[in-house]
Design a protein around this ligand. Sequence first.
Ligand SMILES: Nc1ncnc2c1ncn2[C@@H]1O[C@H](COP(=O)(O)OP(=O)(O)O)[C@@H](O)[C@H]1O
Ligand SMILES: N[C@@H](CCOP(=O)(O)O)C(=O)O
Length: 324
Amino acid sequence: METTQPTATERELVAAGQRLTVRVPGTSANLGPGYDSLGLALSIYDTLTVETLSTGELEFELSGEGADTLPRDGSHLVVRAIELALERLGFRHNGLKIIADNVNPHGRGLGSSASAVVAAVTAANALVPAESRQGRDWVLQLTSELEGHPDNVAPAIFGGLALSWQDREQYSSTRADVAPSVIPVVAVPDYELSTETARGLLPASVGHHAAAMNSGRAALLIHALTTQPEYLLPGTEDYLHQSYRAAAMRPSAELIAALRAAGHAAVVSGAGPTVMVLANGEAEAARVTAQIEAFTTENTPGVGWRVMTLAVDVEGATVELHRR
Ligand SMILES: Nc1ncnc2c1ncn2[C@@H]1O[C@H](COP(=O)(O)OP(=O)(O)O)[C@@H](O)[C@H]1O
Ligand SMILES: N[C@@H](CCOP(=O)(O)O)C(=O)O
């Protein structure tokens, strides 16, 4: 049976005077061979507070990453995602105040756009009456549609290591727990590469040999991340995306080659240009940090790097409702 969506004016208004805060982790997608399917939630958090108004206005208080560059109108990604989510839920708003404190750097491969849409859709879902709210699988579906791939949004929603897949237009994900000795170390360069540009560098198809090699490594990676981290180096070998993108992030590609030659499981985080190492234990994480600092000082003049030892986030997006 065909169902018709309510028109904009038929949709119910969300109650004004509500205020809530969503905290959402950053993510690293791909992890080497898990292109568009694997992602890890990281302990680097953006905070989004949304207030519903009755003025019909959009108000913004932006701080941190993007505060000087993001739009302050209806084209802001968070507003667009909130409006789409409300529409799907059968609601509309009559004004919003968006208070965003962004820590996750933009255009670096740590899933900032995915974190933004997860925060926005989670907020919209919490603003409608309880009987209209949907579960986290609905949030996964809508945010994957917005991103075009589920590998960042899934860990941002659920935390931990997310294994995601797609059947036609249907997105699904399950979560695995990462071995406690695994420590993500990220090196974030001061240059950006948009995900859209990096996706444009990939070929339309790859050969059967590359596909077979990649599936072996992706299977090994799950075992290495969850059970036997000593296999992280072979488990993070990729045949689908990194080599095609290397020319757009030379300093990152050179750093990865040096780290892997020294035995560390270094990968391009997401579509780059951040480099992530999955270290096995604190001693390796310390050695990795020292090697990154020495290598970049010597070999990547003119590029600034921020090196962070992070943890795997296990909570995913969380919502706090503020009572008035
Ligand atoms: N918190 C945010 N609020 C609004 N827009 C955002 C936010 N985070 C990211 N974006 C948008 O997404 C772009 C970065 O997305 P993308 O190229 O996919 O890189 P990333 O790897 O950081 O997700 C930014 O330039 C900005 O337009
Ligand atoms: N699988 C995607 C992941 C993009 O991650 P991002 O953090 O760079 O947005 C891809 O490789 O394009």
